[in-house]
Write a protein that binds this ligand. Structure first.
Ligand SMILES: [Zn+2]
Ligand SMILES: [Zn+2]
Length: 828
């Protein structure tokens, strides 16, 4: 056994740690070990076993937690790639990949010592544990604790305290007296689900035996009775390695196995329950698809790529309502029928109970669904199910890209442009890009699906990095809606006041309601009013943690910061000058709902935003109400625009979807175009195309114009020009380096130091902008400064970033205060 192992620990340090392996312990690469780190014990992943003595004295591994890797070779490699590409500490990457934190919740157990037994014995004779300064009551509790532990092996703290009413301090005192011992219990052991496996000795290294002649140990076979022979043959026929549990099916006495173990022909080992070669049950699915020609062609192309067992990337560009989901499910079913595995990634909001029900209908128990509503323990359970091969179809949000499936054939990323695929904390990975890399490593196929592909993906398809598959028509040839643009500046001039609902939109809504048709209205901002303004001093109410306005929430009677969640009372006077002339300015979705109620008192109106939707069920509940005709109108934020099956809406009003165009973010046009296209796709019922009324303050903006014409290609060409000219992706790699601190002085000093370092460092071809105050200068108490790096070469950019982190370490800038965000999506 090697003498040392390198362990990746989930700490914000860009390094691995070397520990000595005690004799007899067998950690495995990709498995977890428990090690001492600073004053505590931590679990980490073994990345290498070796015999190179390190420079410094090493500590010893406390315990090897896994007998076989929890991260197989490919996932380990993928994790290292993520650490390298996103400049994230490797241990933090592995922690994100493994949803097993529930298994690390270490609990404390107590057991009685010999001294404790003696004390108990003496107490039994004298009626009190021992002479002590404690009160008789305390002594009685001590007696109860000793008595309870004397009967049992290692009792968890909660149980012990529940049974004896012993306080923590009392237990600590007993530990000091050495009557009882306190120890950590590794919950990982329980959760690893070890099973007893019978191994035929001498058969381990040889391939499965396939003829009756090829019986092992033929020499000793002569002396075996019929039962023993039957058992050995069954074992040999299954490759010489079978869980003891499944041998029960043989019609032999239980003692037979024991006899064979004693005779040294079979040994029993503990193994984690994992992927077995159980035969796939053929399943007649009740779910049948009726496909258009374009859908059939897409399915054939994906099927062909999967069949070649080589990496391939496909961009499935299908307009809203073109039936992408049916194509996904059919592809995944094909993969399952071949006995291979697939993963479907969906955006945060995409995995509603209805989608889950569809998946269950098509795949039965073969599907594992990973959604945000799962507890840590449930997540861990799903992980184990996937790993042992009980579920070969996995559907889930971002982190499902790390599902430990074997024989991966296909990864589908639905709505691949969705920003929820980017994790906004360390490691700041993008699940779509990780999916592409995982498929590459596994020789699998990745399908990126969208109605409005990201610029990057469409560009890659145009450059033939991905095959482009188009679904150009809505199912059953339903026509696209007509879009009318309303210029809100003109509306202001003509009516003399700022309007939320234009005259035209009001008229169209009235018309629909009279015809008993349904309406959707989008306003991409939640709350009642986004700004509280003082007319006396002109100041606004800002969050005390962030440099942003607090939003007024009328029904919940509070002011809330949408960035950090801070809540305050509604002010009755200005916090700055005491004036009573405070005004609530602007409109959010809550106020929009109230306005519409006032204008159309008879209409039944529902609202969908983060304030009305707490979980997946609420979201679906509102959509169902709309589909069942229980609502006339649905208002809400971008949530209502996401790809869901809505079929009765003939009018979509857009009253605030262009606000992003005013933000200093180079992706603002792309996001606005995507949102407008998505929400427009909600309009239409049967063969009736529906109508979209698009109110905007940016009438001439190309994002608005192209969205109104349903012209993706036109938008794409125009936006690419802008990106090329400004050196933004896909023409340059970008990274956002954020320096943050609760102390303004530190943030200024550190960003200044790094700014000077960037200036004097030669970095050919790489543009470094900054330091500058971030658009949101203060967030969650931190003052924020940033640099933006743009580089045609990703390698050079990452090399510079690595050098910058080394410089920051030399200057003793804490690693947690320097955030490197490669391929940043959110630049605020
Ligand atoms: Zn004031
Ligand atoms: Zn805040």
């Amino acid at each position: 056994m090697p003498l040392f192992c390198d362990v990746a620990l989930a700490v914000p340090l860009d390094m691995v740690f070397t520990y000595a392996v005690p004799p007899g312990m067998e950690p495995v690469v990709g498995g977890r070990v428990l090690v001492p780190f600073r004053q505590q014990r931590m679990s980490g992943i073994v990345v290498e076993l070796h015999d190179r003595p390190p420079q410094v004295k090493t500590k010893k591994v406390i315990e090897a937690l896994d007998l076989s890797p929890v991260l197989d070779e490919q996932l380990l490699k993928l994790g290292k790639w993520i650490a390298d590409y996103y400049l994230a500490p490797m241990g933090e990457v592995f922690r994100t990949m493994l949803p097993l934190s529930a298994e690390f919740k270490r609990s404390v157990a107590y057991r009685i010592t010999d001294q404790g037994r003696l004390a108990l014995h003496l107490a039994g004779m004298s009626g009190s544990p021992a002479r002590s300064k404690r009160t008789p009551e305390q002594q009685l509790v001590e007696f109860r604790v000793l008595d309870y532990l004397a009967e049992r092996e290692g009792v968890r703290e909660e149980r012990l305290r529940g049974a004896t009413r012993g306080a923590k301090t009392l237990l600590a005192g007993m530990v000091q007296k050495k009557w009882i011992a306190r120890e950590d219990v590794s919950a990982a052991r329980d959760a690893a689900r070890l099973v007893k496996v019978a191994v035929l000795l001498g058969a381990e290294a040889s391939p499965p035996l396939d003829g009756p002649e090829a019986r092992p140990h033929t020499g000793s076979a002569k002396t075996l009775n019929a039962n023993q022979l039957a058992l050995i043959e069954a074992l040999a026929a299954s490759g010489g390695r079978v869980p003891v549990e499944s041998l029960r099916g043989l019609d032999v006495p239980r003692t037979t196995l024991g006899t064979l173990v004693r005779r040294g022909l079979i040994k029993l080992v503990d193994e984690p329950q994992c992927f077995t070669t159980s035969k796939l049950k053929p399943r007649q699915s009740p779910f049948e698809f009726e496909f258009s020609a374009a859908q059939k062609e897409a399915l054939a192309k994906i099927g062909e790529a999967v069949g070649s067992r080589k990496f391939a990337g496909l961009l499935l560009h299908g307009i809203t309502g073109s039936g992408k989901t049916a194509v996904y499910l059919a592809c995944m079913r094909q993969v399952l029928e071949q006995g291979r595995s697939s993963i479907l990634l969906v955006p945060e909001i995409g995995l509603t109970p209805a989608v889950a029900a569809d998946l269950h209908q098509v795949f039965g128990d073969e599907v594992a669904i990973l959604h945000s509503g799962l507890s840590d323990a449930e997540r861990a359970e799903q992980w184990h199910r996937i790993r042992r091969g009980a579920a070969r179809v996995v559907a889930g949000t971002r982190s499902a890209v790390f599902a430990p499936v074997s024989d991966l054939a296909l990864i589908i990323v639905d709505e691949e442009q969705d920003s929820s695929y980017k994790q906004e904390e360390t490691p700041r990975y993008h699940a779509r890009d990780v999916a592409v890399m995982r498929a590459k490593m596994a020789g699998a196929v990745v399908v990126l699906g969208s109605a409005t592909p990201s610029l990057e993906s469409y560009y890659n398809a145009k450059k033939n990095k991905y095959a482009l598959v188009e679904l150009p028509d809505r199912v059953e040839m339903r026509p696209l809606p007509e879009v009318e643009i309303i210029d809100m500046r003109q509306e202001f001039q003509e009516t003399g006041q700022e309007q939320v609902i234009s005259r035209k939109l009001a008229e169209e809504i009235r018309e629909r309601l009279e015809k008993k048709e349904q309406v959707m209205v989008l306003l991409n901002r939640r709350g009642y009013s986004p700004v509280v303004l003082c007319r006396a001093c002109g100041k606004t109410l800002q969050c005390k943690n962030c440099a942003v306005s607090m939003t007024h929430h009328k029904r919940e009677r509070k002011m809330e910061c949408h960035y950090c969640g801070h809540v305050e009372r509604i002010p009755d006077k200005c916090v700055h000058c005491g004036s009573e002339y405070v005004y609530f300015v602007g409109t959010g979705s809550e106020k929009l709902e109230e306005l519409l109620h006032g204008m159309f008192p008879q209409a039944r109106i529902g609202r969908l935003d983060r304030d009305t939707v707490r979980g997946r069920e609420d979201f679906e509940h509102a959509l169902n109400a709309l589909n069942e005709g229980a609502l006339d109108m649905l208002v809400g934020t971008q949530m209502i625009a996401k790809g869901h099956d809505i079929h009765g809406v003939t009018l979509v009003g857009v009253v605030g979807a262009d606000m992003a165009l005013g933000l200093p973010d180079f992706r603002a046009a792309e996001r606005t175009f995507q949102l407008l296209t998505q929400v427009a796709g909600r309009a239409g019922r049967g063969q009736s195309p529906g109508k979209v009324v698009l109110q905007t303050y940016f009438q001439e903006h190309y994002a608005v114009q192209f969205a109104a014409r349903h012209d993706f290609a036109g938008f794409y060409e125009k936006e690419l020009q802008f990106r090329a000219w400004m050196h933004y992706p896909p023409y340059s790699a970008i990274a956002n380096v954020l320096i943050r601190s609760e102390k303004l002085d530190d943030a200024l000093t550190w960003s200044g130091e790094l700014g000077r370092w960037f200036e004097k460092t030669r970095h050919e071809g790489i543009r470094v902008l900054g330091p500058a105050a971030a658009p949101i200068t203060r967030l969650k108490r931190d003052y924020r400064y940033h640099f933006i790096l743009k580089s045609p070469s990703r390698e050079k950019m990452n090399a510079l970033l690595r050098a910058m982190l080394a410089e920051a370490a030399v200057r003793k800038i804490p690693r947690t205060q320097v955030i490197v965000d490669v391929d940043a999506v959110w630049l605020m």
